[in-house]
Design a protein around this ligand. Structure first.
Ligand code: DGT
Ligand code: MG
Length: 368
């Protein structure tokens, strides 16, 4: 262990990928307010202000101490006037009147409800809001609305999907995914990514990255997996997106661009052991057959060719902000372009390869 160095605000990088941040957040009362502000700007499609608050939240999550006076943020990056105003008010009043206003704002409240449904984004929310619709009850009552297959599933399994996925549930689903994938490709590498790989205890979904280190390629793997789940009655919803990756494709400069891997957005039926409370529950009216013994869980499966696995793992591990900053860092500080498929060196005009040395290990070891 190295000795603790004195904290120097001016040395803090503006890029989250250059800061070592733990899950232990000492500045939650600030970052919660920032995230509300950012979400409201996202709903207004004001990307610049949204990112300003997300970046500030990321910096305060990194700070090893709680901010108690304005002096504490002196010299830190990403502390613009809008951000400082919110911090100052929270220091003085204990809360932010702006964040409170947002929470009480009719448009924000509607967008928050609408976007909590799987398959509903800002665009759809905007459309519904303009139609005068305000709550999920309004949406369900309006029979003239044409919902997508995804949104129908979103409403059908709403209660399960809004309740967080626990680590235990993630582990249970992980077993199912591994077993199914390995029936078709015994050597396949199945890795949990997203928030759970970062050590989070809960998530909104479970993300899996699948690759096959061997020479065998199987373009049908994803289809076989979901077909088997269908047969087993485990699949509640699935949407397979085919890969659009072209060989010789240049990495994308767009910091928020989606990648071109084959992937599947699914909802799985996770069977849960029924809690036997018969000795406490003497009511004879409860028909145990009607007690739901499963939970709908959002699962993303991503298939990456082995040569691109390291980049895919980096991108899908997140967080969103970490990924954005990695790409910005690559472009502005290294004159390179990074996406979920490759790292491109603009000076040498070549695509760099990453060799995965020990694919058998869960975490892997990478060398560029
Ligand atoms: P969660 O599931 O809400 O607990 O949190 P995460 O971090 O698992 O987020 P999730 O599942 O939405 O996505 C996992 C990671 O994959 C995320 O941290 C960044 C990446 N990712 C997901 N969607 C996109 C996208 O549209 N564009 C880019 N560039 N990356 C994405
Ligand atoms: Mg996730």
């Amino acid at each position: 262990e190295s000795e603790a160095l004195p904290f120097v605000a001016s040395k803090v990088s503006q890029y989250s990928c250059q800061r070592k941040t733990t899950l232990n957040n000492c500045n939650k009362k600030f970052t919660d307010a920032f995230e509300i502000m950012a979400e409201n700007y996202e709903f207004k499609e004001n990307e610049i202000f949204c990112l300003e608050f997300l970046r500030a939240a990321s910096v305060l999550k990194f700070l090893p101490f709680p901010v108690i006076r304005m002096k504490d943020i002196q010299g830190l990056p990403c502390m613009g006037d809008r951000v400082r105003d919110v911090i100052e008010e929270i220091i003085e009043e204990g809360e932010s009147s702006r964040a409170k206003e947002v929470l009480n704002d009719e448009r924000y409240k509607s967008f928050k409800q609408f976007t909590s449904v799987f398959g509903v984004g800002v665009k759809t929310s905007e459309k519904w809001y303009r139609m005068g619709l305000r709550t999920l009850e309004d949406i369900k009552a309006d029979k003239s609305l044409k919902l997508s297959k995804m949104q129908k599933a979103g409403f059908l399994y709403y209660e399960d999907l809004v309740s967080c996925v626990s680590k235990a549930e993630a582990d249970a689903v992980s077993l199912i995914v591994r077993n199914t994938v390995c029936t078709f490709l015994p050597d396949a590498l199945v890795t949990i990514t997203g928030g759970f790989r970062r050590g989070k205890k809960t998530g909104h979904d479970i993300d899996f990255l699948i690759t096959n280190p061997g020479p065998r390629e199987d373009d049908d793997l994803l289809h076989k997996v979901v077909d088997l789940w269908k047969k087993q009655g485990l699949l509640l919803y699935c949407d397979i997106i085919e890969s659009t990756f072209l060989k010789e494709q240049m990495p994308s400069r767009k910091v928020d661009a989606m990648d071109s891997f084959q992937k599947c957005f699914a909802i799985l039926k996770l069977c849960q052991p029924r809690v036997d409370n018969s000795c406490y529950n003497t009511s004879k009216n409860i028909d145990m057959a009607e007690v739901k013994d499963w939970k709908a869980i959002r699962v993303d499966l991503i298939i990456a060719p082995f040569e691109q696995y390291a980049f895919a793992l980096l991108g899908w591990t997140g967080s969103r902000q970490f990924g954005r900053d990695l790409r910005r860092y690559a472009i502005h500080e290294k004159k390179m372009i990074l996406d979920n498929h490759a790292l491109y060196d603009r000076k040498k005009t070549l695509v760099l390869l990453v060799r995965v040395e020990h694919p058998c290990h869960e975490e892997g070891h990478y060398s560029v």
